[in-house]
Design a binder for this molecule. Sequence first.
Ligand code: GLU
Length: 406
Amino acid sequence: MFMNIFEDTLKRIENLGKIGDFNKKQLQIFSKPKREHYSELVIGDMKFPAFRIQYNDARGPTKGGIRYHPDVSLDEVRALALWMSLKCAVVDIPYGGAKGGVKVNPKQLSQEELEEISRQYVRAFHEEMGPEKDIPAPDVYTTPQIMAWMLDEFEKIKGGHYPGFITGKPLELGGSKGRDKATAMGAYYVLREYVKSNKIDSRIMKIVIQGFGNAGMHISKILFDEGYKIIAISDSKGGVYDKKGLNIPKLIEYKKKKRKVSGFTKDIKNNDLLELECDVLVPAALENQITKENAGSIKAKIILEVANGPITSDADEILEIGDKIVLPDVLVNAGGVTTSYFEWVQNNTGYYWEEEEVLDKLDKKMTKSFYEIDKKVKEKDISYRDAAYIIAIERILKSEKLRGNA
Ligand code: GLU
């Protein structure tokens, strides 16, 4: 099913005009990106469209990852860049939002080819990026090694050291301790606070996780260690299910060996996994997973959006009618960019923190942001997503106003 997620996000923002204190002219600021850059990366006779989109920079340099995926499109990158602008404002870090993407299947490239397109990406966009302008990071299928190649290419072009150019780097090149598990830790802190404030007993909660990449794998491990029961997990090749609870450390070992989760125990199809009877469903893969077609069949009470944009706006309405609680992506997965911000701060000061300090700062940011949103939810009787969007838009508009733009 085709769903233009950019148009869908604009529709969500337009609808906020009815519940937020904004007028049409103010919301107009969010209707298109400030700058869009395109290029084409070439390896032999293969050509890969590449994008860097800087959506809003009123609050600071733009920030956001680079995605390598065969389904990358201009509108997808636009939506992701808009979500980054909102996300950075939700957790109140001094950034605007951007996103990059290359339409490529990295699994079909050799290491040399992967390095080559990563360096070409920087050669194509280096004039538009930099530690005080626009700071990239990893996203779907991009890794610390790719960040290292990109940093190296940028420094070769500029002729100096600029560790604050890119985040999510390996520790040896100025990465931050804790960055690898930061997205998952942030999501965990949000769930922990929701569970605590609603006096739910986490030990009896059943969890289903869609996606076993960086975020999905780390969140499964964190929740397992905290005593939650994870009954199903999937990756892009299939899923596994055990109603007694999966042994996550063993599943991680299995995945590392076999490069898939299926076969570990009883297999389950992706669609059936989403509709399983459980307390928390964690979409941690891609966009558009819960749509108006399957929203009515979701049985989870809480949806923890670790992926960006897994639920469409019409699915949101169906889930709301069914009294489902959606903890939204712009808050839940903001631990990644928040720790990227900590990495950039460490790079710019040249002083590096221990993991405990990083995670402690992350916990404080996520917990504070959760309660700011929770307060708005209760005050206005609205969804967590609407509350998070309103807070973000208010913050961005304040900066726009101070600059004389709103
Ligand atoms: N790609 C991640 C996200 O969607 C992280 C971005 C960053 O660290 O700048 O939030």
